[in-house]
Design a protein around this ligand. Structure first.
Ligand SMILES: [Ca+2]
Length: 301
């Protein structure tokens, strides 16, 4: 009996101990589950599930400072701009990438009847390392495409299911949230392909992404130098005075399209994050290319 009692007492003690542990685990689990549920209910979850290309960079929604009061007249005034989340190309569009589009256009019977050489980049025979379009597409596949008009750039982006970045998107992707004069910061460094002979690419275009230390806050490459980049905006030197505060898309019309970032033929001051320049949309030059962008497919739960 005594043995049985002791065993029973022991069992009861163990049972109580077990129940106590179970109770603690359950209460802590419940608290943890409640915490997770509370977080899920109170925290908006932003999903960006449409990133198909590793060469696209997500720029999160938010406000940044656009323009500058210290530099050129058309960069004034400094103003705050809110942009929805968007993707932007990590690199300038390359010859190889543009070639795929170009080939598809040349063999598309719907377009070849009217435009046999539609969207063909310009030849630059007097510039040896650029030369004829089809030659450089094969010899320099990783160089940014040049000799393309705004219309060519627009057509390529559309073919890719994307678009050109707005001027505001371009500046935010280059500048980040803080006032960076250059994509990499405020120190004047040789982290870009400019007209300088010290940058490793004297008087010539560089393969995209050659300047690793020149990447922007968001990780975009060659936002300073190499080739100018078409944006979707028309140019106006006074646009910043009346720019919408959210998702500005530029003036409704104009004569020139905005280009940004400077190029291999420009001095470094023209390659700053805020410097604005413009060209006629039909112009095809050896120093203007582009990168693509798209609005992020944002959903909230
Ligand atoms: Ca560039």
């Amino acid at each position: 009996m005594n043995t049985i009692w002791r065993r029973t007492k022991s069992n009861t003690s163990m049972e109580l101990h077990f129940n106590r542990i179970t109770s603690i685990i359950l209460s802590r689990s419940s608290a943890f589950i409640m915490l997770v549920v509370t977080c899920l209910l109170t925290t908006p979850i932003q999903m960006y599930g449409d990133l198909e290309d590793e060469n696209l960079i997500l720029v999160a929604a938010g406000t940044f400072t656009m323009g500058s009061d210290k530099r050129a007249a058309d960069e004034k005034p400094t103003h705050k701009v809110f942009l929805d989340a968007f993707y932007i190309g990590k690199y300038e569009v390359t010859n190889a990438e543009y070639y795929k589009f170009w080939i598809s256009i040349q063999t598309d019977k719907k377009t070849t009847t009217q435009n046999t050489k539609h969207h063909t980049p310009e030849d630059f025979i007097h510039i040896p390392h650029i030369g004829k379009w089809q030659d450089r597409a094969k010899e320099y596949p990783n160089h940014p495409v040049v000799g393309v008009s705004w219309h060519d750039a627009h057509a390529y982006a559309k073919w890719k299911g994307m678009r050109l970045p707005t001027e505001a998107e371009w500046e935010k992707a280059a500048r980040g949230y803080t006032d960076r004069t250059w994509p990499w910061g405020n120190a004047l460094e040789e982290y870009a392909n400019t007209v300088s002979n010290k940058d490793g690419y004297p008087n010539r275009i560089a393969p995209v992404g050659s300047f690793k230390q020149g990447k922007s806050y968001y990780g975009a490459m060659d936002m300073a130098g190499n080739v100018w980049e078409w944006t979707s905006d028309w140019y106006s030197d006074v646009y910043y005075y009346n720019s919408p505060k959210q998702n500005p898309t530029g003036p409704k019309n104009g004569s020139w399209r905005v280009i940004r970032g400077g190029s291999w033929i420009d001095a470094i001051p023209r390659c700053s994050t805020t410097f604005r320049f413009h060209q006629y949309p039909n112009l095809k030059t050896s120093f203007i290319g582009f990168r693509v962008a798209k609005t992020a497919d944002k959903t909230k739960e």
